[in-house]
Design a protein around this ligand. Sequence first.
Ligand SMILES: Nc1nc2c(ncn2[C@@H]2O[C@H](COP(=O)(O)OP(=O)(O)O)[C@@H](O)[C@H]2O)c(=O)[nH]1
Ligand SMILES: [Mg+2]
Length: 340
Amino acid sequence: MGDRQVTVALSAIPNTGKTTLFNRITGASQSTGNWPGVSVERKSGRFTLGEYQVELVDLPGAYALSPVTEEERVVRHYFMDDPPDLVLNILDARNLYRGLGLTLQMAMSGLPMLVAINMMDEARTQGLVLDLDALSDHLGVPVVGISARTGEGIPELQEALYGLIRHPEAARPPHVSCPPVLEEAVKDLARRLETSAGVRHLRSDFLAFRLLETPSDAPEEALKKRADVWRGKIETALRMPLPVACARCRFNAARGLMLEATHQDPPAPDARSEVLDRIFLHHWLGLPLFVVVMALLFQTIYGLGMPLQDQFARGFDTGAHGVNPILKCPLFSQAEMSPW
Ligand SMILES: Nc1nc2c(ncn2[C@@H]2O[C@H](COP(=O)(O)OP(=O)(O)O)[C@@H](O)[C@H]2O)c(=O)[nH]1
Ligand SMILES: [Mg+2]
């Protein structure tokens, strides 16, 4: 049994396989409750990793660290006020773009992080090839491919987690490019945050972004005022709300990353159509086969068409005989045509 306690937060956007992975890693040792003050369920589980006793916290699914939904408020509060020792972030291999916004945001925080690319089984079936090294390079954190459903890659994930617990300093947070006015604001606020009595465990440029997006996060009134001034300047320059501008920076970076790391294999050739192609497009056989097929086609049309045509003609004749007596009944025969 490990004797050193470590808290690892499991984070992802909804439907990425977070709960499946949580159940697989923690097995039966789970406990549930509620996050303080809200009706969102809090699930945590324990497992041993070498000399460490790991508490894995299953964070609610969230798209960003913005306080929009109740789940996002929980994640943001946990992350900012009571951060874990490590973050285990999950991405869906089939759609990296959807989850990378949150991944980038978390990686920028400077907390030690490991990214698990889940659903590798499905990605393979769809012919997707992922460049995990390129992802790891750009995100500045280790990346492991897994399938939480089948168990593929789980030992490698645990090994990477163990390595990160022992050497958490290895992380190299990514830089997300933004319009110059936004970069200038982040630099200015980050500098001021470093000298303020604020949160120390998160990177100052990450906190500067948070301050711009949510001024109520400011540790001091003076910083809040400064953030408000920048907010006005940025919104005038970029002509869009500041949270939108920040989200755009992240999603532009996410798109670039996804395009670089995801490759689609051309669909595997159909073996049957390959054989047929080889026969019908044969250098010598192709033309005679074409003539034979066309002759068979004509033969079929005439062979089937003539009897069918006779059947139709007979059907019409019978119909006409049936209609004649009706037309001759008094109702119709007395009806006179108008002279004009
Ligand atoms: N094919 C495949 N499906 C998975 C994998 N992991 C999870 N799923 C499925 O994805 C769906 C969402 O999983 P869940 O764990 O509830 O996602 P959460 O919303 O992130 O907690 C479920 O139907 C899972 O069975 C995986 O590795 N491969
Ligand atoms: Mg879940």
